[in-house]
Structure formats: C-alpha cells, structure tokens
Ligand binder design. Structure first.
Ligand code: HSE
Length: 304
C-alpha cells in the first residue's frame, strides 16, 4: 500500500468530571486525511478550516517524526481536509494527530497495539496543549466513550456509547482558545469536598455508560473543579445559564474539552430539543453554530 484515505471524528473530552480521563467520539463533524508515500514531507491543508502546513507547527509533525525514528519509513504527503474547528474544544488538533498515527500504522502494516497508537498520537497534543494528554486522541481512534485509566504505562478502556445518546454542541464562532491557555487557568490544589464531588460524578458517569443508562449519565455530568475555573476565566460563556436550561429539559451539560464549545447530551426520545435550542439561542447572543450529532462508536476509519 502506498496511499491511504481516512476519516477521523471530532471528539469531546472530559464530560464534566473526567478531566484528561474521559472522552467521546462524535459522528460529526469529521476530518478526512490522505497520506501517501512521497519524495519529500509535505502537509497540504484544504477544507473549511486551515491548519499549519509545516511539520513543526502541525500536530502531525511530532507523530511522524517519532514513528519514523521507531519504524524507519520515508517521506510522506499528508492532505488534511479540516472540518473540525481548530481551537474550538472539539478535538481538532487531536483528530490530525490521531489520524496520522492511525494512517501510518495501516499504511506500513505496523499492527501496533491500541496503547502504542494512542502513545504516538498524543505526541501531537504536546503542540496544542504543552503536555501530551490522551482524552481526545483515544476516542478519535477507537470511537465510543473512552477512559484513560493509566498514563504511564498508558491503559485505556473503550465502552460503546448508548445507541440512543445524542449530542448537541454549542460551537462559538469566535473566542478560539489554545488548550495550553485554557489549562493555565486551572487550580493546582483543590478542596477535599470538590474532589469527592467529582469522584462521585466520575464513578456514576462510567457506571451509566457501562449500563447504557442515559438518564443516569445526564445526572452525572457535573464538575466542581475545571469548569468553574474556565467559566470564571471567561472561556465558557453563559455556562451556568445553559446548564440551568438544559437540566430543566432533561439534558446534561459539560464544557467540551478545553472549551469554548459546550457539549449537551440527551436521549433521542427527548422531544424538547427544539425548545432547548431556541432557549440557548436566546441566551447565547455571541455568534455560534449548533451542531447535532449522534455518537460514533467506530472512531477513525479507512475510506480507501
Ligand atoms: N482534557 C483536556 C483539557 C482536553 O480539558 O484541557 C483538551 O481538549
């Protein structure tokens, strides 16, 4: 094989209390990437959004460089059709990093285990976040709801999301923020009561995914540590108001990754969706897009 075309989904990390641990893959939006064996390393950015075309600034760069060092392949042409808004909180940088790790594994038939693909992909996150984190790249590669339960060595678990789970994303069109900047506002120390509250939410979040219980999942989406700090720093707009509206209509809310996007989850049978969107549009005066998506339980896939 000397060429591969793939599709990589947007992801939403944290889901409230699962900071740097949990993530979920969305059916849409998604990026497409074409990677081919070539005479020189190139990156071409096409699509709705543009990304850096040099290896040192693109999140593909560190992944290619480390995988090449370990497996010794030659130059690559990388074409990125970017449909996931960069800096929006929907795993745009992770999609490129996860996509290139997945594509190289397939292109050179490396047959890497799941943890190794995640480890390589996370190197790309270093450019965006200043530190490798795994909660976007893991669902981008494997789909579903994922848990990173050990960082060193990396250990991950994937759970298929309930089939009736639907996502509504509020994606602000302004206020792009780097993950690094959004991490700089986080506290180093937290109170015992906040950490206990978050552990309760995280336990019930994971149990609800294992049981496929959407009602319990919605009630588990809360965070006393990360989201309040980011809301206070102005990264998450109208967050408390959106939570109040969504919870009154039977939906759960979390900051989507580092923000500014907001993830709302609910059951497909909830017929308040239009009411929810109308009320959000009233409150969220800044320019934004509402994205409706189901959950991708497959993650990165080969198109050809
Ligand atoms: N867990 C990361 C954060 C996700 O919240 O900073 C970044 O998308």
């Amino acid at each position: 094989m000397d060429k591969i075309k793939i599709k990589v989904p947007a992801t939403s990390a944290n889901l409230g209390s699962g900071f740097d641990i949990c993530g979920i893959a969305l059916e849409r939006p998604f990026d497409e990437m074409e990677v081919s064996v070539s005479g020189a390393d190139t990156i071409k950015s096409i699509g709705k959004y543009s990304v850096p075309e040099n290896m040192s600034e693109n999140t593909c760069g560190p992944v290619v460089s480390k995988m090449r060092q370990d497996f010794g392949f030659g130059p690559l042409d990388i074409m990125i059709n970017k449909q996931i808004r960069p800096g929006g909180g929907m795993g745009s940088s992770a999609a490129s990093a996860a996509g290139i790790a997945y594509a190289i594994d397939k292109l050179f038939d490396l047959k890497l285990d799941d943890e190794s693909i995640v480890k390589y992909a996370a190197l790309g996150e270093q450019i965006a976040a200043g530190t490798p984190h795994y909660d976007n790249v893991t669902p981008a590669i494997f789909g579903g709801f994922t848990i990173v339960f050990s960082r060193n060595p990396i250990k991950i678990k994937k759970i298929n999301a309930p089939k009736t789970l639907d996502a509504i994303i509020i994606a602000p069109e302004e206020g792009k923020i780097s993950t690094k900047a959004a991490r700089s506002v986080l506290p180093d120390m937290v109170s015992r009561i906040s950490s206990q509250d978050n552990l309760q939410c995280l336990s019930s979040l994971i149990c609800s995914m294992l049981d496929g219980n959407v009602e319990m999942l919605i009630k588990s989406m809360d965070d006393k540590i990360i989201e309040p700090a980011r809301a206070k720093a102005g990264i998450l707009k109208h967050f408390d108001e959106i939570k109040r509206i969504a919870s009154s209509l039977g939906y759960g809310v979390a900051a989507s990754g580092a923000g500014p996007a907001v993830l709302i989850l609910g059951d497909r049978s909830n017929n308040s969706k239009n009411d929810l969107i109308a009320q959000i549009d009233q409150v969220f005066k800044e320019k934004h897009e509402i994205i409706l998506s189901s959950i991708s339980n497959s993650g990165a896939t080969t198109l050809g």
